[in-house]
Ligand binder design. Structure first.
Ligand code: MLT
Length: 334
């Protein structure tokens, strides 16, 4: 009996070694990744657009992976604190980061990030892309976009513009708005647009340029006023809100999110995470939730890890050039 068992074990080991030699079964895959819950770092406060997308995807990906995806908000310093936390994590696929174009803009804005943006991250896949919405508190006098931009130009020194920290989408949108109008606003920095939006609704700040993901529900609920969307076309879910161009201002901004692991994460784990992400992006409920808030998945041809890596490298170069041209000085991470 023992001899039969030993022979069987030897045969199985031999078969496994054979598969590995053929490259059909890697050691990482053989260890059945993931072996424990996967942490998904959100580099901004809870309730903001990155958090909303992360929770929606994380729930679906967890079902595919057979392990819970646990969202952890590591907010601060325009999203760079969360990125730093990912870089320090074990590169075994059990820690991911959701981030957007701010990850690519950060090396041009901060001079002591503590990691090299070009090499520190292993892109897993692109998620969604969509516009920003310029919105104001209900008590602001202008009732539409056409009235808002001339008002903002004249009253700039009296207006407070909220954002999620230097380098965040909302900050870059505020910078573009300032440039388009040729004025400077008083800026109020938060740890994410979740709390910034709460203060806009409460009338504590005047203006916020936020992703449609979290702006649309507040606009539809008549809690804030939409002045313009930063896309070339109006959004189906905000048919009465003009594009910035229609409202007379040259403000064009498209955001995107992607998922990352630390560099050195085994390819088998990255492929499994990418596969789970792809399934989430095909899910009718996920797509419906995206559509309801004016955002959308990337085209399927761009769902590969390679397409994400290509976009990330291009965005690092793009932001380096445009922030240099805009004369934005680098600052220390605080
Ligand atoms: C957030 O989730 O708070 C946003 O993504 C922040 C931003 O980039 O404006």
């Amino acid at each position: 009996m023992i001899a039969v068992f030993t022979r069987l074990l030897a045969t199985r080991r031999g078969a496994l070694a054979g598969l590995m030699a053929l490259g059909l079964c890697s050691p990482a895959a053989a260890q059945s990744f993931p072996s424990k819950p996967v942490t998904l770092i959100v580099p901004f406060a809870a309730g903001g657009p990155s958090d909303v997308i992360a929770r929606l995807l994380g729930e679906h990906m967890g079902r595919t992976l057979g392990q819970q995806v646990v969202v952890e908000n590591v907010a601060g310093a325009g999203g760079t604190a969360g990125a730093k936390r990912l870089v320090a994590a074990e590169a075994d696929g059990h820690t991911m980061l959701i981030h957007h174009l701010a990850l690519a803009a950060a090396p041009s804005l901060y001079n002591n990030l503590g990691y090299d943006t070009q090499t520190a991250f292993a892109p897993i896949g692109l998620i969604n892309t969509g516009p920003m919405v310029v919105a104001g508190k209900l008590a602001l006098p202008p009732v539409d976009g056409k009235a808002f931009f001339p008002f903002a130009k004249l009253q700039a020194d009296k207006l407070t513009v909220a954002h999620a920290g230097v380098g965040s989408n909302s900050h870059l949108c505020a910078v573009l708005l300032s440039q388009a109008l040729g004025v400077k606003f008083a800026q109020v920095a938060y740890r994410g647009t979740g709390p910034a939006m709460n203060d806009l609704v409460a009338g504590q700040v005047d203006v916020l340029c936020d992703q449609s993901t979290t702006a649309v529900p507040q606009i539809q609920g008549d809690k804030i006023r939409a002045y313009a969307v930063t896309s070339a076309e109006r959004l189906d879910v905000l048919p009465n809100t003009p594009t910035a161009r229609e409202a007379g201002t040259d403000l064009d901004m498209t955001i995107w999110h992607g998922l990352y692991a630390p560099k050195g994460t085994p390819a088998a784990a990255l492929d499994k995470l990418n596969g789970a992400l792809k399934l989430a992006l095909k899910d009718a409920n996920v797509l419906e939730r995206f559509k309801a808030v004016g955002t959308g998945a990337f085209p399927e041809a761009e769902w590969t890890r390679e397409a994400h890596a290509k976009r990330f490298a291009a965005e690092i170069a793009k932001w380096a050039a445009s922030l240099k041209a805009a004369g934005v000085a680098q600052q220390d991470v605080k």
